[in-house]
Design a protein around this ligand. Structure first.
Ligand SMILES: [Zn+2]
Length: 247
């Protein structure tokens, strides 16, 4: 029998442990707060609209697995501020907070009235290493990056990040040095996923396709399975962690 599928195509079949159950997560489509539409990409589309599009597809995919209840930090025409998003994620009982963004890197050249830069491709995942929950945040970030790389996405080198972020040992993962609210304030582990370089025409074109969105959705699913499974194992082993020392 002939196998016609390409061996280079990643598999799209996240496997859930039998006892995985149903977990609650929050997806935050980046920006969309009053006066904060985010970047304009190389087609002049605004980040708030692009990320809402990606977030809705991701939500639908996660819910369709039957293993996730998903809270959207914003939806439709709503323009909530950031603190209410953080509080709503906690009230929902979210176990992970995923904020979706696209990056703008280095200097842009104007092409047809929009900003373009063909260098600095790839995704990055950002987390905060402030002491509280540092290992779980790092674990979520590394799980997302590993799963995206496994789906064929390119980890960004970080060449243009300067002082803003420090590189984590895992490729594509960076530690926030800007004190970003969405990384420091959620009471559950949170990451920002810079899905692609918004000024890079090939990446922007790819993120319009179902094929790319499918691979991203699969990657996030795999990452959440890994993160939440490890999380439960470590919780089970240490049900009564010692209280932190007084500062
Ligand atoms: Zn952004």
């Amino acid at each position: 029998m002939l196998l016609l599928c390409s061996l280079s195509l990643p598999t799209l079949a996240a496997e859930f442990p039998a006892d995985f159950g149903v977990h609650k997560v929050t997806i935050d489509p980046g920006h969309g707060a009053p006066g904060n539409p985010g970047n304009e990409n190389c087609t002049c589309a605004e980040e708030e609209d692009e990320m809402l599009r990606v977030a809705v597809e991701l939500r639908d995919h996660l819910v369709a697995t039957g293993h996730f209840d998903v809270h959207m930090a914003r939806e439709g025409e709503a323009t909530p501020e950031y603190w209410p998003r953080v509080n709503a994620a906690a009230a929902y009982g979210s176990e992970a907070f995923l904020s979706l963004h696209s990056d703008t890197r280095a200097q842009a050249t104007e092409v047809d009235g929009c900003s373009t830069n063909t260098e600095h491709p790839g995704f990055s995942v950002l987390y905060s290493d402030e002491p509280e929950d540092r290992e779980r945040r790092a674990g979520l970030g590394r799980a997302v990056s590993d799963a995206m790389a496994a789906q064929g996405f390119t980890p960004y080198s970080g060449a243009d990040y300067g002082q803003a972020y420090d590189a984590d040992p895992t490729a594509g993962v960076f530690i926030d040095r800007r004190g970003l609210l969405m990384l420091r304030r959620p009471t559950m582990p949170s990451v920002i996923i810079e899905t692609h370089h918004a000024w890079a025409p090939d990446e922007v074109a790819a993120w319009q396709t179902t094929e790319t969105l499918d691979r991203f959705e699969e990657a996030v699913t795999v990452a959440l399975i890994a993160f939440l499974t490890v999380d439960e194992a470590s919780t089970a082993e240490a049900p009564h962690p010692p209280p932190p020392p007084d500062p």
